[in-house]
Ligand binder design. Structure first.
Ligand code: PLP
Length: 417
């Protein structure tokens, strides 16, 4: 494009932006929340029929059952790729379990550890970027140094990961969202999972925090397959390396679902030795309501297909509008994920914050630029996370059209400068 052509396009973007601001929009694409229609589709989970007893006759109204209800663990075990006996069903939030796992490891030795993580000088975690801000929040809260590792289309850059963990025993963990990652929708390749399971780590107590939050959240009819991290860790002589997390937050109700923790038998024993001190057992009535609603693993998958029907049009709309507005301009690139909750929009260097600020001034709330990186600092200021599930389709369309206008304006002006 010639300079004159570019100047003409920027002028057009300025006019479009003025018109956008004049509309006085009030739209919100900030957080990945289920829409009211998705929640309505799960309303069956509100009712309880019959006696509140487990299949083995246990009265679920009483204390006990620290492992969680076996029936709900059986429903999720296959998709979370954890043997039922090694999968715990807990409270309403998997983030809470990740937080607790970090705190338990800080205050008490994980299996294989020489010392508590709180006593490790320079304690650090690897953070594939872009990633999930709340993972980074846990590290920041507890003073754990975060080392960014670039994501590739196959997962974290394993050459970097292998080099870092081999040379520094203070690196104790890595955050992974292995399927339909937040925010770029990446599915880890089999080779990435194998290398994570097999790599030599200087720390004998290295842990993979395997946050499989989107294990069943497919947007297409051909669900992505993920290699079995627990089995691969065991096969490669590191049986205690992976902590698996998941929840039904984006399956039934966000904040009123069931969360899961799965790992090796030794890690489960360690986990229970801590959780038994903090609770006499989870909410088994909620777990039973989930069993009655989902029935079994096939019922879970069927429900996920219903939810996919509701959110796929929103993801399609984002891709269609971005393609129409920005395709071929060289001003942005983005992914069209096959599952999960997010789309990651990449703009030219130094533009993301300004795009988000311009969108905000036009009444379109977007997740703050930088949130996808440790300490909220995207060093090249390029990544914008789009969360299209919550608003209704016309709102998604209006918000993305407006966002594209902001990209044309900010990135165009930058190119012209
Ligand atoms: N993990 C990831 C990757 C997420 O994106 C989210 C929510 O957006 C969570 C965990 C939160 O899960 P929960 O509701 O089970 O705490």
């Amino acid at each position: 494009m010639s300079v004159d052509e570019l100047a003409g396009q920027v002028e057009q973007a300025r006019q479009d932006y003025e018109a956008l601001v004049a509309k006085g929009l009030k739209l919100d694409l900030t957080r990945g929340k289920p829409s009211p229609k998705q929640l309505d589709a799960a309303n069956g989970v509100l009712g309880l029929s019959g006696e509140p007893v487990a299949a083995d006759g246990t009265d679920l109204r009483n204390y006990g059952g620290l492992h969680g209800l076996p029936e709900v663990r059986a429903i999720f075990a296959e998709d979370l790729q954890v043997p039922v006996g090694q999968l715990m069903a807990a409270g309403n939030s998997s983030l809470e379990l990740m937080h607790d796992a970090v705190v338990f490891a800080l205050l008490g030795k994980v299996p294989g550890a020489e010392q508590r993580w709180a006593d490790v000088e320079g304690l650090a975690f690897l953070c594939p970027v872009p990633g999930y801000d709340r993972h980074f929040g846990i590290c920041e809260r507890y003073g754990i140094k975060m080392i960014p590792v670039p994501m590739t289309p196959e997962g974290p850059d394993m050459d970097v990961v292998e080099r870092l963990v081999a040379e520094d025993a203070a690196i104790k963990g890595i955050w992974c969202v292995p399927k339909y990652s937040n925010p770029d929708g990446t599915v880890y390749s089999d080779e990435t999972v194998r290398r994570l399971a097999a790599m030599e780590t200087a720390a004998p107590d290295f842990r993979i925090f395997w946050d499989n939050a989107y294990a069943v959240h497919h947007l297409t009819d051909s669900p992505a397959k993920l290699a079995d991290v627990l089995a691969l860790c065991a096969e490669n002589g590191h049986p205690d390396r992976a902590f698996v997390f998941g929840s039904s937050s984006k399956i039934t109700f966000a904040g009123a679902g069931v969360a899961f923790f799965g790992s090796s038998p030794a890690n489960i024993e360690w986990w229970l030795s801590h959780t038994i001190k903090r609770s006499i057992g989870p909410d088994k009535i909620n777990q039973l309501r989930h069993v009655q609603f989902l029935r079994n693993a096939d019922g879970l998958r069927e429900h996920m297909r219903t939810l996919a029907e509701l959110i796929r049009p929103k993801f399609d709309a984002v891709d269609k509008i971005l393609t129409a507005e920005l395709g071929g301009t060289g001003l942005a690139s983005w992914n069209a994920p096959a599952g999960g909750y997010f789309i990651s929009l990449e703009v030219p260097e130094g533009c993301a914050k300004e795009v988000v600020a311009k969108a905000k001034a036009a009444g379109i709330a977007i997740t703050p630029a930088g949130a996808t990186h440790p300490y909220g600092d995207d060093p090249t200021d390029q990544i914008i996370r789009i969360a299209p599930t919550y608003p209704e389709l016309p709102e998604v369309e209006a918000a993305i059209t407006g966002l594209a206008t902001c990209v044309r304006l900010v990135a165009g002006e930058k190119l012209l400068a």
